[in-house]
Ligand binder design. Structure first.
Ligand SMILES: Cc1cc2nc3c(=O)[nH]c(=O)nc-3n(C[C@H](O)[C@H](O)[C@H](O)COP(=O)(O)O)c2cc1C
Length: 324
């Protein structure tokens, strides 16, 4: 069995779902958990939104026992606000891990001094992490990028500060702030980081298949892998990776498993978001699953017009029968 530990949390498996704003909501996390993911992550949650009790922000904090261990990711740049919010999340018993966003390079976030902007403010980073550490007992992680240039020096410096402040694991997505999602993630920086700190390092970036996960672990020695975009079209990637790491082989999901996942996700979106919003979201979400299945373009076309849950479920059933 692949086991790891972050602080006192025992984790079964080596796979983490990456936080994806607008995507890793409760229904998607439940699906991914069912598909064998070891640790699921929330979308990033604004501590300002939490402070103002914003309805949208509070919805991002809803969780279920079945998905635990869940990591809730917070973003902000005010040490006191971050610490208070982290403590409140701990008191709500919503998550088993608190993660702080040091990697988001979206203008709106960087402009407020949060996300990757924190990687060029080591003093503030230290204050933030020490305050949060004092405020919570839960395992604390940070998710960082390589920094503001490709050398990785920003990442190494922030990771050391974090380790000294009592952070329990570092997630590294080795692209620079300016890169966004362009170019390639530099996995060598994950290897270098792993040699510089003692706490667990979780590698992230460009894992598109089981082989990539295995290669990243072999090359870098990272303790676990975090997968984002690849999970959208293949939520089964998590159990595939863990099975491969344990046994050296894995199976692709069956046709039935893929369609059953689509049906479950549809029902769970409708229950969570209500039919109208769910349908709008499902037009995009369901189209990811059918990547590579013959006839998927006409399915996608019909999907783009769905207006009711029944229509969506019928369409899935029809496509399953057609392609089965
Ligand atoms: C649509 C989208 C939303 C994202 N939202 C977040 C976020 O809320 N917090 C965060 O730390 N990273 C976020 N990321 C970055 C991912 O967590 C991850 O680091 C990145 O996608 C690289 O991993 P991948 O190649 O496995 O997708 C986002 C990425 C995408 C594509």
């Amino acid at each position: 069995m692949n086991l790891m530990k972050i602080k006192d949390l025992h984790i079964h498996g080596k796979t983490f779902l990456a936080p994806l704003a607008g995507i890793t909501n409760l229904p998607f996390r439940l699906l991914v958990k069912e598909c064998g993911c070891s640790v699921v992550s929330s979308e990033m949650v604004s501590v300002k939104g939490f402070f103002y009790n914003s309805e949208k922000t509070m919805a991002l904090l809803s969780s279920k026992n079945e998905e635990q261990p869940l990591s809730i990711q917070l973003f902000g740049s005010d040490a006191e606000l971050l610490a208070n919010c982290a403590r409140a999340v701990q008191d709500m018993k919503a998550a088993k891990i608190i993660d702080i966003n040091f990697g988001c390079s979206v203008k709106k976030v960087v402009k407020q001094g949060a996300g990757v902007a924190l990687m060029k403010q080591p003093e503030l980073a230290k204050e933030i992490l020490s305050s949060i550490r004092k405020a919570i007992d839960l395992p604390l992680t940070i998710k960082i990028r390589s920094g503001w240039d490709s050398s990785g020096q920003d990442a190494f410096r922030i990771a050391k500060i974090a380790e000294d402040a009592g952070v329990d694991a570092i997630i590294l997505h080795p692209r620079t702030a300016g890169q966004g999602f362009k170019g390639k993630a530099d996995w060598n920086l994950i290897k270098e980081l792993k040699q510089k700190i003692l706490i667990p390092v979780i590698g992230n970036g460009d894992i598109t298949c089981v082989k990539d996960a295995h290669n990243m672990m072999s090359l870098t020695g990272c303790d676990a892998v975090m997968v984002g975009r690849a999970a959208l079209s293949n939520p089964f990637i998590f159990s595939q990776i863990d099975t491969f790491l344990e046994t050296g082989s894995y199976q692709d999901p069956s046709h039935g498993q893929i369609f059953s996942a689509m049906t479950h996700l549809t029902q769970s979106y409708i229950n969570f978001f209500g039919e109208e919003i769910a349908c709008r979201m499902l037009r995009g979400r369901l189209s990811w699953f059918v990547k590579g299945i013959s006839g998927c373009s006409s399915f996608r076309k019909r999907l783009s017009t769905i207006e009711s849950g029944n229509q969506a479920l019928t369409l899935i059933k029809e496509f399953e029968t057609l392609t089965g």
